[in-house]
Design a protein around this ligand. Structure first.
Ligand code: WAQ
Ligand code: MG
Length: 663
């Protein structure tokens, strides 16, 4: 009887004949479970018959049974109030709020407000041209099918049943603000004696303004501001008029009886800024949603949506789940505990750290090495410490964010050269010759998978007197015959002055390092802020990384298997997928898509077919250069690779993207 999977929508409309025309008096709508439907209907009819606007002679009541699964649940917008003395001041405040949302043409909005007359629906306004977009100008666009979530026990809405301007408006605004393309709403009541109105949007929340018109003024209306393409208007209207939405009360207390913090914060400008930016990201399809795995991040993973083959990890050699690494990590935790409890310059240096630094220096054929807590911190701290205001940093256009951030912190002059373009670098190096300077580049570019022209890079550095630094995060354990990185790959004995690496990718652990000249490393130990002011790595990852180095040096099959997979996949994919021809030596394969929307769509499709990979979008890559980033692992089977290639080929074809896009 009390069926929780069905909800009833009850709508009431009251009108009266006036001078031969039907005049709207009031309307209301509710959702409830079946046992309560009759009582709610009665309440609404009573309300229709006793309205301040006059007696109705026509009441329309509509009951519809709807499936619970068709409903969207949305959080109620947070509320704050701006008190004003006069309606002029109120309108000014409303215009300020709208301007903050990018609706700057105050005159155009004033004209729209002045031309408000009592319509059934709202005026749909183009947020850029301020023209009206709704198909029927006398009716307007209606927001409908929305109410508070019904009370779990009683099955009636948790909102008051009597007419309450505020709660009804808040429910409506909470739906409208989430309609695709709607950037803001302005509302003025049409009740002559109700002067409080509001501006609502996702970033600002529901902002009540105590006076938007003078008492006794019967004119009111709603403006829905829309930004988007003309083709998508239909989608917006469909959402407003047909998608049933349940609004979740914010006042609901959590387990310990406290209300959520957002309740207390809506007036804080910085919070508003966060909300606005998050809303913008969402609209541009750039918002990230973190997904949690319920298994180890190995070749095959478990997600809430099921199992999937992992094609987006940097655990290239599958060392993160290697039994020997795990054993060493556990032993270290057993002997030395789970945390180091100090920074490297205080009590946080164990002999394990020193041993690993020595091993890494030997592995990279350098004099010395310094460990950092992450690869990001290694680049950040090194570039910042090395360069000062008087220096110049020549940096590849596609360098990793950690290099860019370090360069910015250093306050040096940053000169960006075209990606892997040695002519451009040469020209710029010549121009800045004589200044203390650093040339810095990724060895394998993290989002494109291509490889730095190292011999040329080093020779430019030597000729023009710049220190050279390379970031081998995606090179170590991957390229070079024995996986020793980019110098082995090119088979040259000349070395970059500094090489940065990470323990968290092919080495299956966590942390970063810089290897190079003894004096420079010693200088970094004394000056690199991200080194000095971070707690040192805990014993387990240090021990695991040491073991990874041993495996890399003593068991050639790990690197060999990975490189085999890379060759196989390159051969397989080149006629089928848009992958640039200069890639396919590192384990990173960018599948170029272009549109952010399409990239997300393909990644989602891949997920549904058991393939986990990431859609890479702005700001990680340039706008309009969205891609799927596939990374290979040593433990992928040939069948895994074939499956991935086939699935992607089909998904791309469905989006009209062919292999030639990568050339
Ligand atoms: N969808 C779109 N527009 C509507 C809808 C709807 N469902 N219902 C009404 N409108 C338009 C229509 O043009 C009305 O003339 C105008 O909005 C005003 O409607 O926090 O009572 O129902 O205390 O009079 C604001 C509460 C109350 C502020 C607003 O609007 C507060 C109110 P009314
Ligand atoms: Mg009204």
């Amino acid at each position: 009887m009390n069926d929780k999977t069905t909800l009833f929508s009850i709508k009431m409309r009251a009108s009266r004949m006036q001078e031969g025309r039907s005049e709207h008096i009031s309307g209301a709508e509710r959702f409830c479970r079946e046992p309560m439907a009759a009582r709610l209907a009665e309440t609404l009819i009573r309300r229709a018959l006793n309205h301040t606007k006059g007696k109705a002679d026509h009441v329309n009541l509509k009951l519809e049974a709807m499936k619970r699964e068709d409903f969207l649940t949305l959080p109620e917008l947070p509320v704050r109030t701006i008190s004003v003395e006069t309606s002029t001041e109120g309108i000014d405040k409303a215009l300020d709020l709208l301007a903050g949302l990018g609706l700057q043409n105050r005159e155009a909005i004033r004209l729209l407000i002045d031309s408000m007359h009592n319509m059934r629906g709202a005026v749909l306004v183009d947020a850029d041209t301020y023209t009206r977009l709704e198909p029927d100008h006398t009716r307007g666009v209606r927001a409908t099918y929305m109410d508070y979530e019904p009370d779990e026990e009683k099955g009636i809405p948790s909102s008051p049943a009597k007419k309450d301007h505020y709660s009804e408006a808040l429910v409506l605004a909470s739906k409208v603000a989430r309609a695709p393309g709607i950037v803001a709403e302005l509302c003025i009541s049409d009740d002559p004696d109700y002067v409080t109105g509001y501006v609502a949007s996702e970033p600002t929340g529901y902002v009540r303004i105590t006076k938007l018109k003078e008492e006794g003024d019967p004119k009111g209306g709603r403006l829905f501001f829309y930004r988007g393409s003309r083709e998508n208007i239909e989608k917006t209207i469909r959402f407003l008029e047909h998608t049933p939405c349940l609004i979740r009360h914010r006042q609901k207390t959590n387990g310990n009886g406290k209300t959520g913090i957002s309740q207390a914060m809506p007036g804080v400008p910085l919070l508003m800024r966060c909300r606005k930016i998050l809303g913008d990201l969402e609209r541009q399809r750039l918002r990230r949603h973190i997904e949690a795995l319920s298994s180890a991040p190995g070749r095959e993973i478990s997600l809430s949506s099921g199992r999937a083959l992992l094609f987006s990890s940097n655990d290239y050699l599958a060392f993160a789940s290697n039994p020997q690494l795990k054993k060493k990590a556990m032993e270290a935790a057993e002997l030395f505990g789970t945390g180091s409890g100090g920074s490297r310059l205080t009590s946080g240096t164990l002999f394990l750290h020193c041993a690993l630094e020595e091993a890494l220096a030997a592995f990279k054929h350098r004099e010395d090495c310094i460990l950092f807590a992450t690869g990001y911190q290694a680049n950040l701290g090194t570039v910042q410490a090395l360069c000062g205001k008087d220096c110049v940093i020549l940096s590849d256009a596609l360098n990793h964010a950690s290099i860019i951030d370090g360069a910015r912190l250093s306050k040096a002059e940053i000169v960006v050269y075209a990606h892997n373009d040695m002519e451009d670098l040469e020209a710029k190096a010549r121009e800045y010759e004589g200044r203390p300077g650093l040339m810095v580049s990724d060895a394998v570019f993290s989002m494109d998978g291509d490889i730095l022209n190292l011999p040329e890079f080093l020779s430019i550095g030597r000729r023009h007197g710049f220190l050279t630094m390379i970031d081998e995060a995606h090179a170590t354990g991957v390229i070079g015959k024995l996986g020793r990185g980019i110098e082995e790959y090119f088979g040259i004995s000349e070395k970059a002055d500094l090489t940065v690496g990470t323990l968290s990718k092919a080495l299956g652990s966590e942390g970063g390092f810089v290897a190079g000249n003894r004096e420079i490393i010693e200088f970094l130990r004394n000056t690199a802020r991200s080194f000095i002011f971070s707690t040192s790595l805990s014993p387990a990852p240090v021990a695991a990384a040491r073991e990874a180095l041993r495996l890399l040096e003593e068991e050639e099959e790990h690197v060999k298997r990975l490189q085999d997979n890379i060759r196989f996949f390159k051969h397989l994919s080149s006629p089928l997928l848009p992958i640039p021809p200069d890639t396919g030596t590192s384990a990173i394969f960018p599948v170029l898509v272009g549109s952010e929307e399409k990239a997300l769509h393909i990644a989602q499709g891949a997920r549904e077919r058991g393939l986990f990979l990431q859609a890479i979008r702005y700001p990680t890559v340039a706008r309009g250069e969205a891609r799927l980033r596939l990374t290979l692992r040593a433990d992928h089977t040939k069948k895994d690779l074939t499956t991935a290639c086939t699935i992607l080929h089909h998904l791309l074809r469905d989006e009209d993207i062919g292999p030639e896009a990568g050339d």
